[in-house]
Design a protein around this ligand. Structure first.
Ligand code: MRU
Length: 356
């Protein structure tokens, strides 16, 4: 029998090592655990764009390190060109993926720090940018652990739990968001059964979540996305818990395509629908989900499964990577600041950070 490992050790999605980034390249999972070393900012952009590193918090962390990789070899003799370059690098990294607000959140923190230090020596600013990336990374680990500890109280003994996409250690600094809740219930010795949606088109559920749960010994069963309604009706799903890429001020929530459908199904069956959300995923700049940009991805992701073509080569395709679940369908948000219930417009405001 393969020994199971504890959830905190399942994997480090991203590491800072000898002045470069090391990620586990998620496009190879579950077949191969391949670690990719990244030394320059263009490769960080590519890794985010092609989902080698993915999940809202993880791409924020990667981008923050990416800025440092972009600036670390810049000349240190004059201030102004350096600061123009920092801002240019942040704008460039922000174009890698549009939906997850954690990317612009991390880059916004970076720009603000550089502006605050605009009269300091360049070498000092470089060092501060690296320290900022490391602190975003470490802070995310703590936040994810807190979300797990707070959220596991919502999980009854013997619960059936349905989840979508991957929200685990792979998607964050450690533990995850929705998956952290599941890990903490399991570590607390609650008997649970997780239903894992495969999550077409890129199969983050089957390739990544099933891989994490297998490694950690959390009881789970994989289903195709189209089975969710039937599983809710027949198999005793007690709650749905998902992550998020961006929450608007009124609670409308963008997450992996298919989440909206699950929320409708949960509502129909009278099942609570929870969203695990670090405060960094709440976009206090936007009033509702109408303002969330939805990434559209390549048609090839739908016409093929892996390398296997499953549709005629010329078939027209629509491939939104995310959808927006209206706030009325959400029972509560689990954040590191506590559980937030409706009225979301009022109650999310109470956990709004002073800045950023
Ligand atoms: O396209 P992906 O794989 O980056 O999408 C990820 C998701 O939708 C996750 O649910 C979300 O980022 C939350 S991760 C803690």
């Amino acid at each position: 029998m393969i020994p199971k490992i504890k959830a905190p050790e399942v994997v480090q999605s991203i590491q800072w090592k000898d002045d470069h980034i090391r990620i586990i390249d998620q496009t190879y999972l579950p077949h191969r655990e391949f670690f990719l070393d990244i030394f320059e900012v263009g490769r960080v952009w590519e890794a985010i764009r092609s989902l080698r590193i993915r999940g809202a918090p993880a791409i924020g962390i990667a981008a923050a390190y990416g800025v440092y990789l972009g600036v670390k070899d810049l000349p240190e003799d004059s201030l102004q060109p350096f600061h123009t370059d920092v801002e240019g690098i942040c704008e460039y990294l922000a174009t890698a993926r549009p939906t997850a607000v954690n990317l612009s959140w991390a880059l916004g923190k970076t720009v603000r720090l550089a502006r605050e230090m605009e009269n300091e020596p360049v070498a000092k600013v470089k060092e501060a940018l690296l320290q900022l990336a490391m602190s975003i990374h470490e802070e995310d680990k703590r936040i994810c652990a807190d979300i797990g500890k707070i959220g596991q109280e919502l999980i009854p003994e013997g619960a059936g739990i349905l989840t979508h996409c991957n929200t685990g250690s792979l998607a964050t600094g450690q533990f995850g968001t929705a998956l952290s809740i599941i890990y903490h219930a399991h570590l607390g010795k609650k008997k649970i059964q997780v239903w894992v949606d495969e999550t077409r088109p890129l199969l983050q559920g089957s390739r990544l979540t099933a891989w994490e749960l297998e490694k950690t010994g959390v009881p789970h069963r994989l289903i195709t996305d189209s089975m969710a309604a039937w599983v809710m009706k027949e198999k005793g799903v007690d709650l749905v818990v998902v992550g998020t890429d961006r929450v608007a001020r009124n609670g409308d929530t963008a997450n992996k395509i298919g989440t909206y459908g699950l929320a409708i199904l949960a509502n129909h069956h009278g099942i609570p629908f929870y969203v695990a959300a670090p405060v960094s995923s709440i976009d206090f700049q936007i009033a509702s989900g109408k303002e969330i940009p939805i990434e559209e991805r390549d048609a090839g992701e739908i016409r093929s499964v892996g390398n296997q073509q499953v549709a005629p080569a010329g078939t027209l395709v629509y491939n939104p990577a995310f959808d927006v679940t209206p706030h009325e369908l959400i029972t509560a948000f689990v954040t590191e600041k506590g559980i937030v219930r409706p009225d979301f417009s009022k109650n999310l405001e109470k956990i709004r950070p002073q800045q950023g």
